[in-house]
Write a protein that binds this ligand. Structure first.
Ligand code: MG
Length: 271
């Protein structure tokens, strides 16, 4: 893929931190970039692996950074989990090791949420900022006494960034469960192709006109490559030249930052 091929992209799936902003600092090009995508007849979604917060929380976070967004502008690993469950475990009673926000979202999709593990037909792990030992106990019991029970995780991230460093994310808790039971979950979030696939279904876009843009190769770019769409790496976040050179997964396009996408969009006619 060449930079000029960006003119065929009509749906951009953006990672957020490291791509559109860094921490609490909005990149200078971001507001105009989003406006230019819409001016030229394109669409975009903000894509996140974080299943601990609702999209309403993200709308507020972006508002603090002066970006106007509505809940429909987001695609989350929680939504992709519901999408997967509808396709593979429709109507199953779920034991959820996740936040009340995640439980409410899955319940809103029509899945009964149970707190008694004996009633569960499927186990879902999320980024559980309300984790208790009882949940670890219940999940371990379920995976041990029912070795065939479907076992999913919203995301595989080991850590989540905070103001001071990192806290354990869903993947780390799944590691504890693996130690106890030997079982690993089927992971829904990036680098799985499920979020890009759901985005294309939802907005009726084809693979050729869709791209993932992010600052991590092993999650963002890989989800695009796995979905058969363009995977664009921006060097404005955590990936260094050394990481890029050492990576087996090669992005379709490597850009300094999303300002390079803006440069191309500025040359396109208004749709
Ligand atoms: Mg990022």
């Amino acid at each position: 893929m060449d930079k000029k091929d960006l003119s065929r992209i009509k749906l951009y799936l953006f990672d957020m931190d490291g791509t559109l902003y860094l921490g609490d600092r909005l990149f200078s090009f971001t507001k105009e970039l989003l406006a230019e995508i819409r001016r030229t007849g394109g669409q975009y979604l903000f894509m996140t692996n974080n299943s601990s917060r609702s999209v309403v929380d993200y709308v507020k976070k972006l508002a603090r950074l002066q970006i106007d967004a509505v809940p429909e502008d987001f695609i989350t690993s929680s939504q992709a989990t519901a999408y997967y469950l509808h396709n593979h475990q429709e109507g199953k009673r779920l034991y959820v090791c996740g936040t009340a926000s995640l439980c409410a979202e899955l319940a809103g999709e029509g899945f009964p949420i149970v707190t008694d593990p004996a009633e569960a037909e499927c186990v879902v792990m999320g980024f559980d900022t309300e984790l208790t030992f009882q949940k670890l106990h219940d999940v371990s019991w379920l995976l041990t006494v029912r070795p065939d029970i479907p076992y999913l995780a919203t995301n595989g991230d080991l850590v989540c960034p905070t103001e001071f460093g990192y806290v354990p994310d869903c993947g780390s808790v799944c590691g504890m469960i693996k130690t106890a039971t030997g079982r690993l979950p089927y992971v829904i979030g990036k680098p799985s192709p499920l979020m890009p696939e759901l985005a294309m279904v939802r907005l009726g876009r084809a693979k050729e006109e869709t791209a993932v843009v992010g600052d991590r190769i092993y999650t963002d770019v890989k989800s695009g490559l796995n979905a058969g769409i363009a995977g664009i790496l921006v060097m404005s976040g955590e990936t260094t030249r050394e990481i890029l050179d050492a990576s087996e997964d090669k992005p379709d396009l490597v850009l300094r930052d999303c300002g390079e996408i803006l440069d191309v969009l500025r040359t396109l006619p208004t749709a």
